[in-house]
Design a protein around this ligand. Structure first.
Ligand SMILES: [Zn+2]
Length: 198
């Protein structure tokens, strides 16, 4: 997985943050893009990605759609996309969601980021935000349950392997065709998780 290092770096950063010390990654491209994470007063992880006011070039509609597709909310006042995660939520999954979002929206790959000194300018405003990420995963699980056909909808579902906990796109699942029937497997541990038809 080409984003593996980025995910690992983010996950380590998330484990290192505290209420006093947020974690920030400044992305080299596009200009002004960054990821910040902090523990909010509620104890939840609060993650945000810079929006239009911080970016040298405004996001296109298709880029904005990527953030919405992953369940991010836009705080227009601060011009940031944000998401909250329960304090006991798996940091590897948070990191994966963040990495997939920014890589899809900004086209980031490995080695295209640098870590900065922790800095948090809008703590009071951002701590007000309440958004439970469980909604996001419930939606993905529902889509997977409902999927019957190997089509574009299935390819856009984010799936978490029950066995090895790997998170991956439907389109990246291993696939075995038997006539009209497709068997889907985890790309990492080969566990079968779904049968679809054409
Ligand atoms: Zn697996």
């Amino acid at each position: 997985m080409k984003l593996h290092n980025f995910v690992k770096h983010l996950a380590q950063g998330l484990k290192s943050i505290s209420k006093a010390e947020p974690f920030i990654i400044n992305l080299i491209e596009p200009d002004g893009a960054y990821v910040q994470a902090i523990i909010a007063k509620s104890g939840k992880y609060l993650v945000e990605v810079s929006g239009n006011n911080w970016l040298a070039k405004p996001l296109t509609r298709s880029q904005e759609a990527k953030f919405r597709a992953f369940g991010w909310e836009l705080n227009k006042e601060v011009s940031n996309y944000y998401m909250e995660f329960e304090s006991d939520f798996d940091t590897d999954i948070i990191a994966t969601i963040v990495a997939l979002t920014v890589s899809e929206a900004f086209h980031i790959s490995d080695e295209r980021y640098e870590e900065l000194d922790p800095f948090w300018p809008n703590m009071e405003e951002l701590e007000q935000m309440e958004k439970d990420n469980i909604v996001f995963w419930a939606h993905q699980f529902a889509l997977l349950q409902l999927a019957e056909h190997y089509n574009d909808v299935f390819k856009e579902i984010l799936i978490r392997c029950e066995k090895c906990k790997q998170v991956f796109w439907g389109r990246d699942a291993k696939i075995e065709w038997h006539g009209e029937t497709a068997e889907l497997f985890c790309p990492d541990c080969d566990t079968k998780f779904k049968t679809l038809t054409k």
